[in-house]
Write a protein that binds this ligand. Structure first.
Ligand code: FNR
Ligand code: 8K6
Length: 347
């Protein structure tokens, strides 16, 4: 049933994965107070090195990108050194690991970075409070100026270079789940009237500038992107968003990324304006390697790959519950069921 997951997959001339199971990026909020990954985090990833590729928990590119406590960074020398311990441990166990590069945009909170502006595409606040920190109400962001945008692009590229310096095999740019890049791609958030707003080309501009700057720094073979064409988290959907992604995705395909990854919790969710699920929509407009994700099991994911719905399968929560997920699937052993209570501990 799942044997097809256990054949190697060639992403490009630089990278070949030993199997088709990816560990999805999973925020754990367990870096130290300088946002440096700890030895426990290195051990946690090393235990999961049998995945064809690990995508790290989202990792902030600079201080004002932080929206949750103790999420790791990739912008200080000590953070880079901390990640080198992680990547060494994963490589020693025969694995591969990409860093997920993150800026939360309007979901950031100055509580975490000592005050100052929160940046987004437009001055549209996200409603509510920081999870588990109810005293922290999200503030109205500042619409990024052209100068701010230029600096952000530079900082994404620098974080990508830092990731390579730290020993990562590549990066996945986090363009999904309602965070900064996604805040340019959806009308709910992007109300700009300059060259970054209103039309599909303008709304895609920031995402493409970040992708191009990262490629220029580390190469397309080591660059991937995660996107959420259907808004479902920190963002409301708008039927006009379809045109933005219809433009963006073929543009991305021209760039020969290592892969494109859908950002969704449950891929059985259908979006009217996309004509179906995230993976079905992405497959219909994007021609490169596609990673499917969202409440799949090894069985349902393997069947979807066989039906050509996507090429690689990312597994999130079951990997939290089962460090040896890949071995268990291969051997047909029973999996431990995931529970939210497991988030308090790194096993
Ligand atoms: C996530 N997810 C997520 N996505 C992302 O792009 N970056 C991240 O840092 C995180 N962090 C995160 C933490 C936790 C605790 C959960 C449960 C989820 C989403 C994740 O990558 C994946 O898309 C979903 O979990 C759906 O896949 P599963 O869990 O159904 O296999
Ligand atoms: C403080 C920890 C922050 C972690 C950030 C990642 C969020 C993962 C939490 C899982 C909750 C799932 C919510 C998904 C919404 C789907 C709506 C259809």
């Amino acid at each position: 049933m799942t044997a097809s997951l256990f054949t190697p997959y060639k992403l490009n001339d630089t990278l070949t994965l030993s199997n088709k199971i990816l560990m999805a990026p999973l925020t754990r909020c367990m870096a130290d107070d300088d946002l440096i990954p700890t030895q426990q985090i290195a051990d946690y990833y090393a235990r999961r090195a049998e995945a064809g590729l690990i995508i790290s928990e989202a990792t902030i590119i600079r201080a004002d990108g932080q929206g949750y406590p103790n999420t790791p960074g990739l912008f200080t020398p000590a953070q880079i050194d901390g990640w080198r311990v992680v990547t060494d441990a994963v490589h020693k166990n025969g694995g591969k690991i990409f860093a997920q590069l993150w800026h939360t945009g309007r979901v950031a909170h100055p509580h975490f970075f000592g005050g100052g502006d929160v940046l987004s595409s437009s001055a549209q606040a996200v409603e509510g409070t920081v999870p588990r920190m109810r005293e922290l109400v999200y503030q109205t962001p500042k619409a990024a100026t052209i100068e701010d945008i230029k600096q952000l692009v530079i900082d994404y590229a620098q974080a990508a270079a830092n990731a390579i310096d730290a020993g990562f095999d590549g990066v996945e740019i986090h363009g999904a789940n309602g965070y900064l890049i996604d805040q340019f791609l959806h009308h709910d958030n992007n109300r700009r009237e300059d060259e970054y707003g209103q039309t599909p080309e303008n709304m895609s501009r920031f995402a493409l500038e970040v992708v191009d700057a990262v490629i220029a720094r580390i190469g397309a073979d080591r660059t991937a992107l995660r996107v959420s064409p259907g808004a479902y988290f920190n963002m409301a959907g708008d039927s006009r968003d379809r045109n933005v992604f219809d433009y963006l995705l073929p543009e991305l395909a021209k760039r020969n990324l290592a892969f494109l990854h859908g950002g969704i919790f449950d891929d059985s969710m259908e979006f009217d304006y996309l004509g179906g699920s995230i993976s079905a929509y992405l497959r219909s407009v994007y021609t490169g390697t596609l990673v499917g994700v969202g409440s799949y099991t090894a069985q349902t994911g393997s069947a979807a790959i066989k039906d050509n719905k996507f090429d690689l399968l990312a597994i999130g929560r079951p990997f939290i519950a089962n460090p040896d997920y890949v071995a268990k699937v291969r051997d047909g052993d029973e999996l431990v069921a995931y529970a939210d209570t497991m988030l308090t501990e790194l096993i």
